[in-house]
Design a protein around this ligand. Structure first.
Ligand SMILES: Cc1cc2nc3c(=O)[nH]c(=O)nc-3n(C[C@H](O)[C@H](O)[C@H](O)COP(=O)(O)OP(=O)(O)OC[C@H]3O[C@@H](n4cnc5c(N)ncnc54)[C@H](O)[C@@H]3O)c2cc1C
Length: 508
């Protein structure tokens, strides 16, 4: 957009209406900012919890921790609640905090470009254009599904879909199904569909470590107690959080101490898998924790069923209706389901953000994503991301990280107000580099870098640009406030009185 005098202007444009975007909206309100919009490409809220409707979809962090601290929910039905309950919770948060008037559904951000003269973002969306002083990008690290480039896939005559875009119109009963991938989604899908399908062929490039999932219904008594005495729900949340804060020390500082956890995981497998050759296929050869530890009490029992084949190799080719693994084994199937993850280190949104020097964020990040305190990138003033580089967690609730980033966002907007006038904050490259060096230095000792696996935590260059190498307490501390010395303060040139337009006046 070269000229944008006539398009609507807002103080803050939030992109995405998942946990991150909805949380940002609530937080902005609390800061007294009401001039904001939430741009969402879909037609409802929920993000990952709207898009992932596959059978068995549930959180793998207990619900009382996997929810906003400012919107406690005493009525979680299970310790690990299912997708439909988490989605309903986010709808509830949207209504409780009256966020709907701010949300523009059907507004996919196609491009946002920094206007260095006017110090604002010019945003093009499928639902119309606008400008904003500040952009909060909450498009989610796991929102754009990745399907690998498999030769012959285009001419497969059967059904193909990704776990995050489940086709409920397709009846899997009695079908021969190939499941590609053994990540967090796949291990929930496999036991859910195994009883119904004729044959399930599981393509496993790397076996995951799987621990039992202690999932149970939360009793009426417990729920009543949490409703009557809210501090009991707080206490429950605190315990869940505290345990994970202690666990993370082993991941980040003492990976060698994780050996005994491997023994527990092996015992979990041995209980269900009696066939030694299958056990050998399913036993990881890397340190537990290097890839996300998966929780399921139903996965191994499902793999032991006679209608399941585990192929210890990735899918390499599709020939007609035959799927061929890298090790040469073949199976004829009616449907292929990809549980192959998301564009995490190559987020599509990065192609659409154009900074001060005309470069996209994807170009700025071509050697790997990096951002000051997981939020700001030099050359992209007044733009920040929620769940940015090195903010992911291996073992705890991402909502803790999101809420810390919202503290940072709130202070960012506050500081702009304190500075006054038309002003922008641009992260200094030196501050970003110092931050990144500190993160990468700490990363060296962690299980994610030393555990001997390749995972989606690492980018194409083998750098870990996704995980936070510390506790959530530490993250909260380092994102409590914006350190102004880490930013360059940009001010708009003064416009002579005769050139001022009413729209520009209003904005100033
Ligand atoms: C199946 C699954 C299970 C998970 N389980 C857990 C768990 O148990 N514990 C945990 O901590 N984390 C879990 N996660 C991680 C999860 O991604 C985060 O916890 C959290 O939901 C992220 O919220 P978000 O708002 O940042 O992103 P999302 O929920 O992905 O929301 C992003 C939103 O941005 C919108 N969007 C994207 N691009 C654009 C665009 N260009 N224009 C407009 N809108 C756009 C999307 O439509 C979406 O609504 C899970 C993820 C998945 C996929």
């Amino acid at each position: 957009m070269a000229e944008h005098e006539d398009v609507p202007h807002v103080r803050v444009a939030v992109v995405g209406a998942g946990f991150g975007g909805l949380g940002a909206a609530v937080r902005l309100r609390r800061e007294g900012v009401t001039d904001f919009v939430v741009l969402e490409r879909a037609d409802s809220v929920g993000g990952a919890w709207r898009d992932n409707t596959y059978p068995g979809c549930a959180c793998d962090v207990p619900s009382h921790l996997y929810s906003f601290s400012f919107a406690p929910h005493p009525d979680w039905p299970r310790t690990f609640s299912g997708q439909e309950h988490i989605r309903a919770y986010l709808e509830h948060v949207t209504d409780t905090f009256r966020l709907r008037p701010h949300i523009r559904f059907g507004s996919e951000v196609k491009r946002m470009a920094w206007d260095a003269e006017k110090l604002c973002w010019a945003i093009e969306t499928s639902g119309g254009n606008l400008t904003a002083d500040v952009v909060v990008s909450a498009t989610g690290p796991l929102s754009d599904p990745r399907i690998p480039d498999i030769p012959g896939l285009d001419s497969f005559p059967g059904k193909v879909f990704h776990s995050a875009r489940w086709d409920h119109a397709y009846d899997l009963r009695g079908k021969r199904v190939a499941m590609v991938g053994t990540g967090a989604s796949a291990i929930q899908i496999v036991p859910s569909i195994q009883p119904d399908v004729a044959r399930l062929t599981l393509f496993q490039r790397t076996p995951p470590w799987v621990m039992p999932r202690v999932d149970r219904a939360i009793s009426g008594f417990e729920r009543g107690l949490h409703r009557a005495l809210p501090f009991t729900a707080q206490l429950r949340r605190g315990l869940l959080w505290g345990i994970r804060e202690l666990q993370v020390q082993a991941f980040t500082k003492h990976p060698n101490e994780l050996g005994f956890v491997e023994q527990l995981a092996k015992r979990n497998m041995a209980r269900a898998i009696k066939d030694p050759s299958l056990r050998a296929k399913l036993t990881p050869d890397y340190r537990i924790g290097c890839k996300r530890i998966l929780l399921s009490s139903a996965y191994y029992p499902a793999l032991a069923r006679p209608n399941v084949d585990v192929v210890a190799s990735g899918l390499a080719e599709v020939r007609g209706s035959t799927v061929v693994a890298a090790d040469g084994s073949e199976a004829e199937v009616d449907a292929i389901i990809f549980g192959t993850g998301f564009h995490v280190t190559d987020m599509p949104i990065a192609e659409r953000v154009v900074g001060a020097d005309g470069r996209t964020l994807a170009e700025a990040w071509k050697d790997g994503m990096r951002a000051l305190r997981g939020a700001s990138a030099p050359g992209f003033p007044n733009w920040m991301t929620i769940i940015g580089p090195n903010t992911g967690l291996g073992n705890s609730s991402m909502i803790l990280i999101i809420e810390s980033q919202l503290n940072y966002m709130a202070d960012f907007v506050r500081q702009l107000g304190v500075l006054g006038g038309r002003v922008a904050l641009d992260a200094r490259p030196s501050a970003r580099d110092a931050w990144d060096d500190r993160v990468q230095e700490r990363m060296k000792r962690t299980v994610w870098n030393t555990g001997g696996c390749t995972s989606w935590y690492l980018d194409a260059n083998g750098r870990n640009t996704t995980v936070w190498p510390g506790t959530t307490t530490e993250f909260r501390k380092v994102t409590r406030r914006v350190h102004l010395e880490e930013y360059e303060v940009l001010r708009a040139p003064r416009v002579p009185a005769e050139q001022r337009t009413p729209a520009a006046e209003a904005r100033a």
